[in-house]
Design a protein around this ligand. Structure first.
Ligand SMILES: Cc1ncc(COP(=O)(O)O)c(C=O)c1O
Length: 651
């Protein structure tokens, strides 16, 4: 199959292929939250068959020694296995020579290698690098860093509404200034298969080189770097059923030979003296230090495994699943599929629009059903911006997936939307000032000397407040005559207890009684539902805190008339994050700066069994929110001359 062909094929695979393959994957025999795993996040990383696990284990059990160095048999054998793996990779890519295949940590490192070694030596101010709107950050950021260093400029091929590259625009971007075109063969977010042969030919006609990011292609169809005439080609082992931490940069020999090394160290030299160093030839010149020997051997085993199944059978099964998933999800009212490229790898993206459900919540609720999908911006923020979205939910298929898993995904999504519909109807019907009270605020409220009165209408769960601005919530029609709230007129939650530690005890009482994650998750969702939403007028970029899995807005201040009482309101599009915000408000809003700084939030979240969610918050914006609260507390402490209390536990 050529890279531009739709991998649709007529190969008769039937339903027995996934069944036969699944048996070879130990991880797929496990259960998740008591259900069989439906692993539909193969674009992020594929699972590993016995053959790969055994090859890596065998290597460590029987063959390990450092390579290229020992005079003894074991080292020579390890070297032979490592170099045999390189030869296998070269065959797989149809490279002319194994020395053109450099082992790297993955696609990201391969692209950085080219950006630094080739780009650093060859680019001048005014030179141009062409990227596309579909690129993963791994194929954007290294070029931006290079452009900053060299004065080169970046140009971007736009996509159309189907999610396909606009090739006429590409032709217009190409010029004598173009030095390199770096393009993904398959979009990890939309599945678009790009016509890379055509793109390469056009670049070459303009005198430019081309780097193909093959991360999302190599597991789905045959690759022939010579037929493509690719100058550089990068991929990662872990997306090809191989180990993590191993990948490949293919480069044409004459290009690699003309490039300076990018990292110095052992194994990449010919001779070192304090007067200077001469470098080894290919491929060692680009592999400084002890490489991931087991990874290379595991990658070769993965290639053997893939080729034994054959790309015809793999593509046929994946395309069946894609067609079924597209049909089933397109028929679910309220879901909107994203992109509709004519040639699409087995990657499907969607959002829930009616009712709106944050992609993080979709992912978390599917997880409770044993279904693993990816949510967020997929490391494609420029693409998300083009689509006008914060992120999508994405399923991506491998040949070990079957129709039943697609049906489970569709059924679970239908249920999630139905539940969300019921909740939004219930919220619209509930009186504004009396939200449910799953977590009773502690009665004692710390009196604050010198604090100005705050416009608080009623204490609500999670240390939150119920207020008239709640009319601006997504669930309610806005009150036409209500003045637009601002950060000063907003009602802030008062202290829920005498100190964060005392508030923590009330929360701990509740959460320690919940034995497992599904119950804690449900509790968090209820806390989030009960929290009064931040008025829409305050959900502005100025109040946004960044996070790739959800949107978070924060309004934070020192209470007027006090010198060290911190109070805040926050909100998120994701139910889980709203629940966590409710907890943070209960812990911290209305508390003294020094007490906030002294409280170990991470330790507390671990105590109540939410540490998994706390690590998740690094991607949700909650971590940034916590940091901002602590930053303000620290600044107030410093201004009040109490900096001696120190930074306290992070973040
Ligand atoms: C298209 C694309 N390029 C590059 C990468 C980066 O791969 P890695 O993290 O293995 O280096 C990914 C990973 O998802 C990807 O999908």
């Amino acid at each position: 199959m050529t890279s531009t062909a739709n991998p649709q094929t007529t190969a008769p695979t039937g339903l027995e292929l996934p069944h036969r393959l699944r048996a070879q994957f130990p991880i797929l025999q496990q259960r998740l939250h008591g259900r069989p795993i439906a692993y539909l996040d193969n674009a992020a990383s594929t699972q590993k068959p016995h053959a790969v696990i055994a090859a890596v284990a065998d290597y460590y059990r029987h063959q390990h020694a450092n390579i290229h160095r020992g005079a003894y048999q074991l080292s020579q054998d390890a070297t032979a296995h490592y170099e045999a793996a390189r030869a296998r990779v070269a065959e797989f890519l149809h490279a002319a020579d194994p020395a053109e295949c450099i082992f790297t940590r993955g696609t990201t490192e391969a692209i950085n290698l080219v950006a630094q070694a080739w780009g650093g030596a060859n680019l001048q101010p005014g030179d141009e690098i062409i990227l596309t709107e579909l690129e993963h950050h791994a194929n954007i950021v290294p070029w931006q860093m290079l452009a900053e260093r060299t004065g080169a400029c970046i140009r971007v091929i736009p996509i159309d509404d189907r999610g396909e590259l606009q090739l006429q625009a590409y032709q217009r971007l190409l010029s004598s200034r173009t030095r390199l075109v770096a393009v993904t063969q398959v979009s990890n977010a939309l599945g678009t298969i790009n016509p890379v042969a055509e793109i390469i030919a056009a670049a070459h006609a303009a005198g430019a080189l081309v780097l193909i990011d093959g991360a999302q292609w190599v597991a789905h169809g045959a690759t022939d770097v010579q037929a493509l005439d690719a100058d550089f080609y990068a991929f990662s082992g872990h997306k090809l059923y191989g180990p993590t931490g191993i990948g490949v940069l293919y480069g044409k020999r004459e290009l690699l030979e003309a490039m300076p090394p990018w990292q110095g160290g052992g194994d990449m030299i010919e001779r070192v003296s304090f007067d200077g160093t001469t470098y080894a030839g290919l491929p060692n010149r680009f592999e400084a230090g002890t490489p991931h020997i087991a990874g290379a051997i595991g990658l070769a085993a993965a290639i053997d495994w893939v080729l034994e199944i054959g790309f015809e059978a793999i593509a046929a099964q994946e395309q069946r699943l894609l067609a079924l998933a597209t049909k089933r999800l397109a028929a679910i009212p309220g879901l909107a599929l994203q992109g509709a490229p004519r040639y699409q790898a087995a990657v499907l993206s969607w959002i829930a629009v009616d009712p709106p459900v944050a992609t993080l919540d979709l992912g978390l609720q599917l997880d409770l059903e044993g279904i693993c999908i990816r949510t967020g911006h997929h490391c494609c923020q420029p693409l998300m911006e083009r689509l006008g979205l914060a992120g999508t939910a994405r399923a991506s298929f491998a040949p070990y997936n079957d129709d039943a898993e697609v049906e489970r995904l569709a059924a679970a999504l239908e249920q999630i939307l139905q539940r969300a519909r019921r909740r939004s109807l219930a919220a619209a019907a509930a009186p504004v000032s009396q939200p449910a009270r799953p977590l009773e605020p502690t009665a004692a409220v710390h009196p604050v000397a010198g604090s100005a009165p705050v416009a608080v209408s009623a204490a609500a769960p999670g240390g939150s407040v119920a207020d008239p601005e709640a009319n601006a919530s997504v669930n309610r029609p806005p009150t036409p005559l209500a003045p637009a709230p601002n950060a000063q007129t907003l009602a802030y939650p008062p202290a829920s207890a005498a100190s964060p530690a005392a508030a923590a005890e009330a929360i701990a009482d509740l959460f320690e009684a919940l034995p497992d994650w599904p119950m804690r998750y449900q509790q968090l969702i209820e806390l989030g539902d009960a929290m009064v939403p931040l008025p829409a007028a305050l959900k502005t970029p100025a109040h946004a805190v960044s996070g790739c899995q959800s949107q978070v807005h924060l309004v934070l201040r020192v209470r007027p008339g006090s010198s060290d009482i911190i109070e805040f309101r926050a909100d998120s599009d994701a139910g889980l994050v709203r629940g966590l915000i409710a907890l943070l408000q209960q812990l911290f809003s209305g508390q003294e700066a020094a007490a906030i700084l002294a409280f170990d939030a991470a330790g507390f979240f671990a105590r109540i069994g939410l540490d998994r969610q706390l690590s998740l918050t690094r991607r949700t914006g909650l971590d940034a929110l916590l940091r901002r609260v602590r930053q303000l507390a620290r600044a107030q402490n410093a201004a009040n001359g109490t900096a001696g209390l120190g930074p306290g536990p992070g973040p």
